[in-house]
Design a protein around this ligand. Structure first.
Ligand SMILES: O=C(O)c1ccccc1NCC(=O)[C@H](O)[C@H](O)COP(=O)(O)O
Length: 271
């Protein structure tokens, strides 16, 4: 069944503060004239979600989502990674899934990186971008992504509608939160995967206590889906803080800037 995306609420991005506000305003401009039509429903193989569950079945085990990240607002240039080489190296290092940044201005990403990576490795990939238009989800599906990131700090009350859209397109969705209010909103959408970002995307400050706190709250609320701890993981001791709590960790900068992605992925996840 074709689903007209006209049903999606218009986003009001004027209240999104700081660097994040700047990024999403630019992204909204990039997609202002894009075709919002979604086309027919696509099958949902749920490869991303399945791969993450498979990697965390043993006591204390965590799946790794390794990020292809060449630059960021907090680090500037990280490394001039070849996306395909990076993806292969992460797969060899035991990553269960990949996150591929496709935002061009601040992260030096590109949609072509996602296409190339999907064709080169067998593990599933997530489109990591600042989704503010349904065409971004359609593009992700067409590029072969298995999942997309949806940020509650950006989509607010429209998160549930974007989640439905992602599922219509056959994509899994990682619904990202950073505080209690956003978590409660994410829980109300029926999300199957929730990511807790330790990085405050307004100030760029990282606090590794955020993920354990919100993950506990999600479990106490009865959430039985997949929980991902995101950002700021540099050492095995950092990762240890979410063992037995989270199902997966999403790691970018420390791996991407390491010079040996396979080894860095293995070392970080060692216990
Ligand atoms: O990474 C940034 O500086 C950043 C700034 C503004 C918005 C988003 C940003 N990062 C997105 C992410 O959430 C991270 O790429 C991801 O969680 C990995 O984080 P890290 O391991 O700390 O690179």
């Amino acid at each position: 069944m074709s689903r007209p995306s006209a049903a999606l609420p218009t986003l009001d991005l004027r209240n999104v503060p700081g660097v994040l506000g700047q990024i999403v305003t630019q992204r909204a401009g990039d997609y202002a004239g894009a075709d919002p039509e979604l086309g027919p429903a696509r099958p949902a193989p749920r490869r991303f979600e399945t791969a993450l569950w498979a990697g965390c079945q043993d006591e204390g085990a965590l799946s790794l989502i390794a990020e292809v990240k060449r630059a960021s607002p907090s680090q500037g240039a990280i490394a001039p990674l070849d996306p395909v080489e990076a993806a292969r190296a992460y797969q060899a290092g035991g990553a269960a899934a990949l996150s591929v940044l496709t935002e061009p201005r601040h992260f030096d990403g590109h949609l072509d990186f996602l296409r190339a990576v999907v064709g080169a490795v067998s593990i599933p990939a997530l489109r990591k971008d600042f989704v503010v238009h349904p065409a971004m989800l359609r593009e992700a599906a067409e590029a072969g992504a298995s999942a997309a990131l949806l940020m509650v700090s950006v989509l607010g009350e429209a998160t549930g509608a974007y989640l439905e859209t992602a599922h219509h397109l056959g994509l899994d969705a990682l619904v990202e939160v950073h505080d209690e209010r956003e978590l409660d909103l994410a829980l109300a959408t029926g999300a199957r995967m929730i990511g807790v970002n330790n990085r405050d995307l307004t100030t760029l400050h990282i606090d590794l206590d955020v993920s354990p706190r919100l993950i506990r709250r999600a479990r106490e609320a009865g959430f039985d889906g997949l929980l991902v701890a995101e950002s700021g993981y540099r050492r095995p001791e950092d990762v240890a803080q979410v063992r037995g709590l989270a199902n997966a960790v999403l790691v970018g900068s420390s791996l991407a800037g390491s010079g040996d992605l396979t080894r860095a992925a293995r070392d970080l996840m060692a216990r």
